[in-house]
Structure formats: structure tokens, C-alpha cells
Design a binder for this molecule. Structure first.
Ligand SMILES: NC(=O)c1ccc[n+]([C@@H]2O[C@H](COP(=O)([O-])OP(=O)(O)OC[C@H]3O[C@@H](n4cnc5c(N)ncnc54)[C@H](O)[C@@H]3O)[C@@H](O)[C@H]2O)c1
Length: 287
């Protein structure tokens, strides 16, 4: 089975400081003398004093790939429990200080501005919260599986779909709304179509009013440096994550319709669903 996933990038810009206090002090102390202006360096280069000092935690897989997206920043520290699995990333950044325990890294290493978290899911929250409590920016990428993919298993064929059309066997999302259905086939969610196709043809797309993204990695870097919000910040990613996770709770309790009180974060019509909303962390790993 190939697992293809739709990714939800939660760009968590956390912590009270845009840059760590020591780094800010450093920048303000030396700004007048040592900042090399961009026009001296040429297009696309970041002056050393404007670079983020980034630490990667959980770098053997996707975390290592994420770090590659920040070629203009300093990768100053790397942490992984499995140094063999993470060897290729350690090799790529020979000057970065290496750690096995992220708690030790936060205790010991000074001058980290931001962390990229690529650990398995169960550690995302403890690691990200520890980083935020240390005043660091956090990039933590969580793919959300929103679509069908299991061995060609598809949802019931929607009656709105023309007889001549097949459902993509591999990937897709079917949105069922009050007024109709929308089918998104393939990976990446790029081509939403109302069904049947005639509804799509009759539909007039709204004007483009939302600002276009420069890409989530660069949005995050910009947010760390200037404080501008990322497009997928908590305000956006929180409710989206809430809705998607409730979908999995719904599946776990047999598919019954759940009434959700979002203010109280409780399901009001199914007590056993509430039991699935939280779990106990082992001692030493709580939030
Ligand atoms: N693989 C993908 O295509 C992909 C894409 C996007 C996001 N993700 C997400 O990235 C995360 C990691 O997935 P992966 O596929 O890279 O897995 P992986 O197992 O290859 O990488 C996880 C890394 O975290 C390390 N790790 C585990 N516990 C640790 C700890 N306590 N401290 C430090 N390091 C620790 C592991 O040794 C490993 O190197 C998951 O949340 C996954 O959903 C994966």
C-alpha cells in the first residue's frame, strides 16, 4: 500500500520573541557596523547577520528534507535519537552541534532562534511546546490524511457523477455540502470540481482576493524575522485540524453524526467520542 498524503503544514510561530533576546541585542549592537547590505551580496543572498539560527529535531526523514528548504539560514544544531538513521543529515551540516536529547539541547545550546520539528507525531506537541516555552519559533509539519487511498478503496459513487466518469481509484476527496458535492481528484487538492461537471461550468469563480503565498517555508522564515503571520497560522490551522481530527473520531465511533461544541471542545451527543479526544502522556513527557 502506498500512502500518499495531503499535507497540512502547521507553521507554528511561537514564543514571545521574534528573535532570541541575545540575538536581538547582538543585532542592535552591531547593526550600524557589520550588516552587509543585500545589494552588496547580490540577489538571493542573505546577509549573515539576518540569518536565522535553526535547530533540527528529528532529522532522519522528513525533518532532514525540511531543513533543505532553508539554504539561506544557519543550521546550528541537530538532534536525533537515532544517529545512524540521521547520518545523512548530520553529514550535510558538519558544523552543526549534535545532540541525542532535545531537552539537553535546549538546556545547553545558546543562540537558537527557531526549530524545525520532524519527529514522529506523538512527540510533535511536547517538543514544539518546549521550544515555544524557550522562546523559539517552531516549524512542525503534519500531514493530514484527508483522502481515500487504501488499496483502491473508494467512497460510494456519488449519484451526481456522470456515468461516463470513473472515480480516481488512488486518491481523492469528496466534499459533501448542503447544496451539492465537490470532487477533488489526485494528490495535492489542486483541482476541485463541482459535480456534475455542468454545475462547475455554470459556476462563476469568485475574484482572487486572498494574497498569494510565497510558499510555506519562506512564509515561516519571514514570520520569524519580521513577525508577519504565516497563512497557515494557528488561527487557520487550528480549526482545520479540529475538523479533520473529529472526522477520525467519527470513524472510530462507527460513523455516527457528532454534535461538536467548539467553545467547550466537547462532543455533546456521544460520551465515548469524548474519551478519544485526549490521552495520557507518560511521566516526563507531558505538556
Ligand atoms: N515521510 C514523509 O513523506 C512526510 C511528509 C511530511 C511530513 N511527515 C511527517 O514528518 C514526521 C516524521 O516522519 P518521517 O517519515 O520523517 O519519520 P522518520 O522515522 O523517518 O523520522 C523521524 C525522525 O525522528 C527521530 N526521533 C524519534 N524520536 C525522537 C526524539 N525523541 N528526539 C529526537 N529525534 C527523534 C527518529 O530517529 C527519526 O530520525 C511525521 O510527523 C510525519 O507525519 C512525513
Amino acid at each position: 500500500m502506498t500512502q500518499k498524503r495531503h499535507k497540512l503544514e502547521m507553521n507554528l510561530v511561537g514564543g514571545p520573541h521574534r528573535l532570541t533576546a541575545s540575538r536581538r541585542r547582538f543585532l542592535s549592537a552591531v547593526a550600524a557596523f557589520t550588516i552587509v547590505p543585500r545589494y552588496v551580496l547580490g540577489q538571493g543572498q542573505t546577509p549573515p547577520s539576518e540569518k536565522l539560527n535553526i535547530a533540527g529535531i528529528g532529522i532522519g526523514g522528513q525533518g532532514g528534507e525540511d531543513l533543505k528548504q532553508f539554504p539561506n539560514e544557519n543550521i546550528v544544531a541537530l538532534c536525533d535519537v537515532d544517529w545512524a538513521h540521521a547520518a545523512h543529515t548530520f553529514d550535510r551540516y558538519p558544523r552543526a552541534v549534535r545532540y541525542k536529547d532535545y531537552r539537553e539541547m535546549f538546556d545547553k545550546q545558546r543562540g537558537i532562534d527557531a526549530v524545525v520539528v520532524g519527529t514522529p507525531d506523538h512527540l510533535h506537541a511536547p517538543v514544539s511546546m518546549m521550544a515555544i516555552n524557550h522562546g523559539k519559533h517552531v516549524y512542525c509539519e503534519k500531514p493530514v490524511t484527508l483522502h481515500w487511498y487504501d488499496g483502491g478503496m473508494t467512497p460510494p459513487r456519488p449519484e451526481e457523477l456522470e456515468n461516463s466518469r470513473e472515480l480516481n481509484r488512488e486518491d481523492g476527496i469528496l466534499f459533501v455540502g448542503d447544496k451539492g458535492k465537490m470532487l477533488v481528484e489526485g494528490w495535492g487538492g489542486n483541482s476541485p470540481r463541482l459535480i456534475p461537471e455542468q454545475r462547475m461550468k455554470d459556476y462563476r469563480l469568485p475574484p482572487k482576493t486572498l494574497p498569494r503565498s510565497i510558499g510555506h517555508y519562506q512564509e515561516w522564515v519571514q514570520a520569524c524575522k519580521t513577525g508577519t503571520p504565516t497563512r497557515s497560522n494557528f488561527e487557520f490551522a487550528g480549526p482545520l485540524t479540529e475538523a479533520v481530527l473529529l472526522g477520525t473520531v467519527c470513524v472510530r465511533v462507527g460513523g455516527q453524526k457528532l454534535d461538536w461544541d467548539s467553545a467547550k471542545l466537547k462532543v455533546t451527543n456521544c460520551p465515548q467520542a469524548n474519551d478519544l479526544l485526549h490521552y495520557e502522556y507518560r511521566k516526563g513527557w507531558s505538556l
